[in-house]
Ligand binder design. Structure first.
Ligand code: ADP
Length: 188
C-alpha cells in the first residue's frame, strides 16, 4: 500500500480524528485544509481574512485560494514520500487541480468514511458545545452537509474514473472501531 491517501466523508464523520491517527501510524504528514484555513484565520493572514466569513457560513473557500495553499504544502519536503489529505479536494475542480499537480492516479487510495446524516448533525452540535468552532451552529452545519452532498460526494464517482480506488469505511462506531475498519480496508 502506497502512502498517498485521501480521506472523503461528510462533515462530522470523524475524518479529522481518523486522519490524524492514520497519518501518525503510517508516518506521513496529515494535511487538513480545514486546520490550515482555521490557522490562517487565527493568524489574520490575507488568506485568513478572505476565508473567515465564508467558513463561518459553511461555504467553500474559493478553489484558487485552496489549491494554491495545498500546492505549497505538498511542495514541502515532508510530503515527498506520502501524505494524507483531509478536506481537500472538496469538488471536481479541486480534484482536477490535484490531478494536474501530482499526476492522474497518483493517489494510492481514497477512503470514504460513511455516516448517517442525522447522527452527524447531532455530533457536530455536541462538538459546538465543547469546542466552540465558529461553523458549528445548526444552520451552518446543515449548509455544510448540503455543500458536501452537492460538491464533494460526486468525488466518490470521480475517482474510480480517474484511476483511484475508493474504499468505503463505516464511520458510525467508536473511534477505535472505525480505525480498525480503516486498517482492514487498507490491508484488503
Ligand atoms: P468539516 O469537514 O467538519 O466541515 P473542515 O475542517 O474540513 O470541516 O472544513 C471547515 C471549513 O473550511 C469548510 O466548511 C470550508 O469553509 C473550509 N474548507 C476546508 N477545506 C476546503 C476546501 N478544500 N475547499 C474550500 N473550502 C474548504
Amino acid at each position: 500500500m502506497g502512502r498517498k491517501i485521501l480521506f472523503l466523508g461528510p462533515p462530522g464523520a470523524g475524518k479529522g480524528t481518523q486522519a490524524a491517527m492514520l497519518a501518525r501510524a503510517i508516518g506521513v504528514p496529515h494535511i487538513s485544509t480545514g486546520v490550515m484555513l482555521r490557522e490562517a484565520v487565527a493568524a489574520g493572514t490575507d488568506l485568513g481574512r478572505k476565508a473567515d466569513v465564508i467558513m463561518a457560513a459553511g461555504d467553500l473557500v474559493p478553489d484558487d485560494l485552496v489549491v494554491a495553499m495545498v500546492a505549497e504544502r505538498l511542495s514541502q519536503e515532508d510530503a515527498v514520500c506520502g501524505y494524507l489529505l483531509d478536506g481537500f479536494p472538496r469538488n471536481v475542480v479541486q480534484a482536477g487541480a490535484l490531478d494536474a499537480a501530482i499526476g492522474k492516479g497518483a493517489l494510492d487510495v481514497a477512503l470514504l468514511l460513511e455516516a448517517d446524516e442525522d447522527a452527524l448533525v447531532e455530533r457536530l452540535l455536541k462538538r459546538a458545545e465543547q469546542e466552540g468552532r465558529a461553523d458549528d451552529n445548526e444552520d451552518t452545519i446543515r449548509n455544510r452537509q448540503s455543500v458536501y452532498r452537492r460538491e464533494t460526494e460526486p468525488l466518490a464517482a470521480y475517482y474510480p474514473e480517474h484511476d483511484v480506488d475508493v474504499v468505503t469505511v463505516d464511520g458510525m462506531g467508536t473511534i477505535e472501531e472505525v480505525f480498525a475498519g480503516i486498517a482492514r480496508a487498507l490491508a484488503g
